[in-house]
Write a protein that binds this ligand. Structure first.
Ligand SMILES: [Ca+2]
Ligand SMILES: [Ca+2]
Ligand SMILES: [Ca+2]
Ligand SMILES: [Ca+2]
Length: 304
């Protein structure tokens, strides 16, 4: 069974929490983050701080999963400047409004992005920091002992939007990184980097998202990529015979976007695209949010 866990709000009630990032300016007091604790904003939603960042270690990404299987979702945060990640265990209903004091830490290089998913097919979700540093979950009670997580270095260079998914359909999750490469999960000795074969998907300059979808509805999974430096494009799965060669790249929209989201917006059961910020050509985009409504269900996507 494949384990694919989205980097999204997996449980509605987790929205009750905000990982409040207090940006530490040298001239600002270390306790500035406390000014919002327990207070409600204009919407009425109250701010609770899981962990402050007074030394500006730069928490850039977050993954949600119940790592210790106690029924409460935990958060795994990667810090780019700090060069570490922390898995914060949820303290439960009575204590979760306080800062979360129960955590373990993983050391690695600068990490702007991370992902989770089962990469050794043992049923336990593993952690991918910045594409190249994999931490295999030891499972059971050992999940709380950072020393028992096996680290595997696939590479040291920064690669964004790591995505755990079975690219070649052999039943084993693979790892897609930077929206341009993928590493195939080996059948044996999965914790040995040399056994993970590397394949080229395409070129991407600054991917903000890499989202798996069957864009053309031909039965195989394609990837939608928001490339901040060029355009929103999709990589068309060429089918089994050509799977290990680079995939054809096709433009979805000329927008140089920040993040995008894919989902059915107008209720016609066809996936649409929401675009946040960015620009098109040399023209800076004035609208903060752009929505592309897709008109056709299959084939090359067409938008209103
Ligand atoms: Ca938990
Ligand atoms: Ca695993
Ligand atoms: Ca596979
Ligand atoms: Ca497809």
């Amino acid at each position: 069974m494949n384990h694919i866990v989205p980097n999204s709000l997996a449980t509605p009630w987790i929205a009750c929490f905000v990982l409040f990032i207090a940006i530490g300016q040298p001239s600002v007091a270390q306790d500035v983050w406390q000014q919002h604790v327990g207070k409600a904003g204009e919407s009425g939603w109250r701010c609770h701080v899981i962990q402050p960042d007074p030394n500006d270690h730069g928490p850039d990404g977050i993954n949600f999963h119940d790592w210790n299987n106690d029924g409460f979702v935990d958060v795994l945060v990667n810090y780019e400047e700090g060069k570490f990640s922390r898995l914060f265990f949820n303290l439960g209903v009575k204590k979760c409004h306080s800062t979360w004091s129960d955590w373990i830490e993983f050391q690695h290089g600068p990490c702007e992005d991370s992902g989770i998913g089962d990469l050794d097919n043992d049923g336990d979700i593993d952690y991918v920091a910045n594409g190249g540093w994999i931490f295999f979950n030891p499972g059971g009670e050992s999940v709380r002992d950072a020393k028992k997580w096996v680290r595997m270095n696939l590479f040291d260079k920064e690669q964004r939007v790591p995505l755990v998914t079975d690219v070649d359909g052999d039943g084993l999750n693979d790892l897609v990184v930077g929206a341009q490469l993928w590493f195939k999960q080996p059948s044996d000795d999965k914790h040995q980097a040399k056994n993970w074969k590397r394949y080229k998907l395409g070129e991407s300059k600054w991917p903000m998202n890499c989202i798996r979808r069957d864009v053309d509805a031909d039965g195989d999974i394609d990837f939608i990529v928001a490339d901040r430096r060029s355009e929103i494009f999709w990589l068309e799965n060429p089918g089994k015979a050509k799977l290990y060669k680079p995939w054809p790249r096709k433009m979805l929209h000329p927008h140089k976007s920040m993040f995008i989201a894919v989902g059915d917006i107008n209720g016609d059961s066809i996936d649409d695209i929401a675009i946040a910020g960015g620009q098109e050509g040399e023209i800076k985009w004035q609208r903060k949010l752009t929505v592309l409504i897709r008109k056709n269900r299959s084939g090359i996507p067409a938008f209103e």
